[in-house]
Every structure is written in structure tokens, then in C-alpha cells.
Design a protein around this ligand. Structure first.
Ligand SMILES: *Cc1c(COP(=O)(O)O)cnc(C)c1O
Length: 231
């Protein structure tokens, strides 16, 4: 079922991404992370078969279950949700990229556990571009300094920024939100030696075309590809 669903949805989504990139006259090099949270391991299997890209999960327990079922290296795994510090140790072996470094304390704990396990953490720093209290991440005004500090921590590589836009149909608001994130990304790239400007992760089902127009290099799509979540 998931294979059929992806075979139907993926070409449509890929075409929309390509068109948005064209409108912005930029190269169409946009990675797609399939957000498989709320879907069974079969969804991950289908993503793997079609070779679409990494899979995104937001809960450690669910990530753990899926990794067990489909394999740690079947796909690249991204953690896209808030990670509690007391779960860092458990989560660390399970993901390839954490997109949601949202506080200095989490960054320090990731660094500490990575040192302990003799591994390296690859992560994106989350920016709260919408200013909503319910969303995590650093305020735009503190991002550059915070990214600089996190980049100095042992065993952490900051490979970019991630943001979530407010849930709105107002295209103007979405353009401004993503533009803010892109400007911060460019500033980090210019001003911080430790920053590796690889990924600007923005755009979800509701807003990915606008995000791509504003320079997203990585969209995170659940519903558009897999349909409504079951949980
Ligand atoms: C759930 C989630 C997504 C995917 O959302 P859709 O609207 O289903 O595309 C993307 N990013 C994050 C951080 C999420 O939590």
C-alpha cells in the first residue's frame, strides 16, 4: 500500500519542487526527507525501495522500533522533533542527523554523550522563525551566536539550520519566515568558521513550494507523500 501511495505521490511532489526551484531561478537540488512518524515500518521500506531519501522521525521510541524492524542502515534516519536530554544516550546510535538542536543544554548533552561513545554528532540548529511559544528553537536574534557556541563543542558538527513556519495559508507570512531563515543561514556561513552550510531544512506539506522558492535545500514531507498519519 505504501509503495503504491509513494509511486503515485512522489512524481507529483518532485515536479512541484522542480517548478518552484525554476521559478526562483535556482538549481533544483533539493533533498526530500520523508517524515515517516505516525506510519508503520512498511512506509520506510517503501521509501527505501524507491530511494527517495532519508526518513524523519520525531519520537525516540518510534525511531527505535522502526530501526529495529527495517535496519539501522536501510535508510538515513533524521530526528526532526524535540529531543529530551535524558534520551540523548538512547537516541544517539539511531540517527544520522538531528535536525532539531533547539537549546544550548541539549547541544551540550549531545556533545557529552558523543564524547563518551566516541562518535560524532551531525546536526542542524533549529530556528524559531515564527516566534510561536509552542515551537522550539532559537530566536532569530540569538541564532548566530548560539550556532557559533554549539559549533565549538567537541564532537558536534553543525551542518545547517532548520525551521518550521507557522501553520498558515498566508503566502506573504511564509515567504518572510523562510527568507529570515535563509538570511541567517547565509550569515552563519559568512561569519562562523565552524559552520558547514550544507542544509537549510525548511518546508513541510503545507508550505514546501514557498520554502523552495526561498532557498530551502531540504524539505521534510509527511502528508504530501504518505497521506494522513495514523497516530
Ligand atoms: C511532522 C513533521 C513534518 C512533516 O509534516 P507534514 O505536514 O505531514 O509534511 C516536518 N517537519 C517536522 C519537524 C515535523 O514534526
Amino acid at each position: 500500500m505504501y509503495l503504491a501511495r509513494l509511486q503515485a505521490n512522489w512524481p507529483v511532489v518532485a515536479e512541484r519542487i522542480a517548478r518552484s526551484a525554476e521559478r526562483a531561478r535556482r538549481a533544483g537540488d533539493v533533498a526530500v526527507v520523508v517524515v515517516t512518524k505516525g506510519h508503520p515500518p512498511a512506509a520506510v521500506e517503501a521509501v527505501r525501495q524507491l530511494g527517495i531519501g532519508p526518513c524523519g522521525e520525531n519520537r525516540v521510541q518510534e525511531l527505535e522500533e522502526k530501526v529495529q524492524r527495517v535496519g539501522r542502515h536501510a535508510v538515513e534516519w533524521h530526528l526532526v522533533g524535540h529531543l529530551q536530554r535524558n534520551k540523548v544516550q538512547r537516541a544517539l546510535p539511531l540517527f544520522d542527523l538531528i535536525q532539531s538542536i533547539d537549546s544550548p543544554r541539549l547541544a551540550r548533552e549531545l556533545s557529552r554523550q558523543a564524547e563518551k561513545s566516541d562518535v560524532e554528532v551531525r546536526g542542524l540548529v533549529q530556528v524559531n522563525t515564527s516566534g510561536e511559544a509552542t515551537k522550539g528553537g532559537f530566536d532569530p536574534g540569538e541564532v548566530v551566536a548560539a550556532v557559533g557556541q554549539i559549533g565549538e563543542l567537541p564532537r558536534i558538527r553543525v551542518l545547517g539550520l532548520m525551521t518550521m513556519a507557522p501553520l498558515t495559508r498566508d503566502a506573504g507570512v511564509l515567504h518572510r519566515t523562510f527568507c529570515t531563515a535563509r538570511e541567517l543561514f547565509e550569515r552563519c556561513d559568512r561569519e562562523l568558521a565552524s559552520f558547514e552550510a550544507k542544509h537549510l531544512s525548511m518546508g513541510m506539506t503545507n508550505d514546501y513550494e514557498i520554502a523552495v522558492e526561498e532557498g530551502s535545500t531540504m524539505v521534510r514531507l509527511g502528508t504530501a507523500l504518505l497521506g494522513e498519519r495514523e497516530t
